[in-house]
Write a protein that binds this ligand. Structure first.
Ligand code: ATP
Ligand code: MG
Length: 402
């Protein structure tokens, strides 16, 4: 018996998880080495003391509520997370599970807390998310720079043309001015009218009269194009809006399609069929735009994969519709489709079929988190190999307030 007990103790102390046994009276019955190391308290210091009075800098009230909830639910062993301050003062994160222990008659005899310090793991996860975000922003930024550069180039060309045209016209205006002066004094020099005719021929006034308005219009269109892109960027990034607000999803789609133009335009034509009467949807616009972007980029990649180097353009069709209390967004592509063995994995973190540098496999797993966890919505897809894929986002129109 003693040997078994010794073996048990050794086993418990060699665990890499924190293990705390709590008896029926809410006093500590077990405290392993990892617990001592983490909380800076020896087993002797805490043994048989009420756990609520343990000098650990954590929110015991919140933890004990969670323990009660877990013990009384059917998901007893679900993990929960809580912050605590280590004895050296650093803030850390624990992931805790509760296991009830029952005596031989099945009577509850307290519970066991198994906890792991998941600070580094969480940090890594959030860094990865941040990196993914930065990567997609970086890709977008390059595309947007390109989109803006084209109209800016023809601003330059047009304004230079207008400057030269104005110089030519100025000369004609000067000659006409001389002619008028001479006419007024009834003293028109011979050849003056011929000189003007020659000048008009030389600068091709007719051509200028046709081209100048075109050039001005082209410049104005370019300005409008740049203004649209800048507006879309502003709408896409939604700085500061971290809360659910009534959002025009149609507009969100238009902005996202605009900022991502450089990603899809070489592979696809995008057509929008947006229900004009779609009511505002209560959501956090930034993350929802990110989901739209992920799915549009995936659609463009799937089309590129199908058409290869042929230069053919596929189709991305985006439609919105209010169905009862839901806003339904369908993003359909004419791409390669999702192979059967990948279908169950596309929402898994880091699942990707793309080459290094092209995909990290986080787009859909993050999108799932955003739509399902953050917005109580649904994210699903329909796919057919060689025909294409439709991703369907459903958002409750009056989202639950978090
Ligand atoms: N529209 C689609 N058509 C075909 N396959 C798709 C489509 N969308 C996603 N997939 C498949 O699902 C995988 C996971 O997609 P996900 O967006 O999560 O990651 P990724 O695009 O590979 O990388 P990342 O989005 O992080 O850049 C893709 O690699 C691809 O195999
Ligand atoms: Mg993706």
């Amino acid at each position: 018996m003693a040997l078994a007990h010794q073996q048990n103790s050794r086993l418990l102390s060699s665990l890499t998880s924190i293990l705390i046994g709590v008896d029926e009276q809410q006093c500590i019955s077990h405290w392993n080495d990892k617990a001592s190391e983490t909380f800076g308290l020896t087993a002797e210091q805490v043994q048989e003391k009420p756990i609520a009075e343990c000098p650990i800098d954590w929110n015991w009230q919140q933890i004990s509520n969670q323990i009660e909830t877990n013990l009384s639910s059917s998901h007893k062993t679900d993990r929960f997370e809580t912050r605590f301050k280590q004895h050296n003062g650093s803030n850390r994160l624990l992931s805790i599970s509760v296991t009830p222990y029952n005596d031989s008659t099945g009577h509850s005899d307290g519970y066991l807390l198994i906890a792991d310090d998941v600070t580094e793991q969480k940090q890594l996860e959030s860094e990865m998310q941040q990196a993914q975000k930065l990567q997609s922003i970086g890709q977008l930024a390059a595309g947007i720079a390109h989109e803006i550069n084209t109209p800016i180039q023809y601003f330059g060309d047009n304004v230079r043309f207008l400057r030269d045209a104005f110089d030519d016209i100025s000369e004609i205006i000067d000659s006409q001015h001389d002619l008028v002066e001479q006419a007024r004094s009834n003293n028109i020099a011979v050849g003056q009218i011929d000189k003007l005719d020659e000048q008009i021929d030389e600068v091709d006034l007719e051509y200028l009269q046709e081209e100048i308005p075109k050039s001005i219009q082209q410049t104005l269109d370019g300005v409008e194009r740049v203004a649209t892109i800048v507006r879309a960027m502003k709408e896409f990034s939604h700085p500061g809006s971290e809360e659910k607000t009534p959002t025009d999803i149609n507009k969100a789609i238009e902005s996202t399609v605009t900022v991502a133009r450089n990603v899809w335009k070489y592979h696809a034509e995008v057509s929008l069929d947006l229900q004009p009467s779609l009511p505002p949807v209560r959501c956090i616009p930034g993350p929802v735009n990110e989901v739209l972007l992920n799915i549009i980029v995936n659609a463009a990649h799937a089309i590129a994969e199908k058409v290869g180097e042929s230069g053919e353009l596929g189709n991305i069709d985006i439609a919105t519709e209010a169905v009862e209390d839901w806003c339904v967004i369908r993003i359909r592509d004419s791409g390669a489709g999702i192979p059967e063995d990948a279908r169950n994995h596309v929402f898994d973190p880091f699942f990707t079929t793309k080459d290094v540098g092209k995909g990290t496999g986080q787009g859909l797993s993050l999108s799932h988190k955003i739509i399902v966890d953050q917005h109580d919505g649904e994210l699903s897809f329909e796919t057919e190999l060689g025909v294409g894929t439709t991703f369907i986002i459903k958002l409750p129109i009056i989202g639950e307030m978090n």
